[in-house]
Write a new protein. Structure first.
Length: 250
């Protein structure tokens, strides 16, 4: 199991929900944090809580729908000299539920792809090559198990694009100690998931973060957070390392 003490993790959408849970959990393991949100004010609370756990942390801001802001955020991290070891591409937006799905506005797809796919792909393309050069990295892209709901077509299609991107990129990481994984928090009671979701947001721990701790050099695993509920981190890592990457079926 990987020791993350002293390593640096970038967490997008860190101010609330799954991102907030991930941030505190990683801080508890001794991992330093770069906390992303749309506004620096939003991450003040989690930044203070992480520092109280004894780790270094700072915040960055970017509207992920704005590509220029994503690039500026990455430039700011680089300017500080931070070597990012772990990435949690957690932030996402679920635009609307369209009962009249035949008339889904193009804006749903545009905004969903900008935030849920293009921003995550941009972060991967910027931060993974330096990880390969340094000989270590972990990237966890957050997907969704949503299916057969054209009412949420923009959200679902953008997550499918992220799945495809992750699987294809994983094929180029064999033999490196840079591991790219997918995770799904499940349907949780968050601002995105809503109050009717069956699972509390706390249930994502430790599964949402297990991809950061696996030590076998295998990319492309799908590590559903709800499969690890009630486990210790050590138990979760041991289970994750037995799981194979799901092959393409077409």
């Amino acid at each position: 199991m990987i020791d993350v003490r002293g390593k640096w993790a970038l967490i997008t959408g860190a101010s609330r929900g799954v991102g907030y849970q991930t941030a505190l959990f990683m801080a508890q393991q001794g991992c330093n944090l770069i906390l992303h949100s749309r506004n620096l004010e939003h991450t003040k609370k989690v930044e203070e809580e992480a520092r109280a756990l004894g780790v270094e942390t700072y915040s960055v801001q970017a509207e992920l729908a704005n590509h220029a802001e994503v690039i500026a955020m990455l430039d700011a991290i680089e300017a500080r000299g931070t070597q990012v070891d772990i990435v949690f591409n957690n932030a996402a937006v679920q635009i609307a539920y369209r009962s009249d799905y035949w008339n889904t506005p193009v804006e749903d797809f545009d905004m969903s792809f900008r935030i849920n796919f293009i921003a995550a792909a941009t972060i991967c393309n910027r931060l993974i090559p330096p990880m390969i050069e340094r000989g270590f990295g972990r990237v966890i892209n957050t997907t969704s198990g949503i299916k057969n709901e054209p009412e949420q077509a923009g959200y679902a299609a953008s997550k499918a694009a992220l799945d495809k991107f992750t699987k294809d990129l994983s094929s180029r990481l064999d033999g490196t100690d840079v591991i790219l994984s997918l995770t799904d928090p499940g349907w949780c009671r968050t601002d995105l998931g809503g109050p009717q979701a069956p699972s509390p947001v706390e249930s994502v721990i430790p599964g949402i973060a297990v991809g950061a701790f696996v030590s076998e050099k295998k990319s492309g695993r799908f590590l559903h957070a709800q499969l690890f509920v009630g486990m210790t981190l050590e138990e979760a890592v041991a289970k994750a390392e037995t799981m194979e990457a799901a092959p393409y079926t077409i």
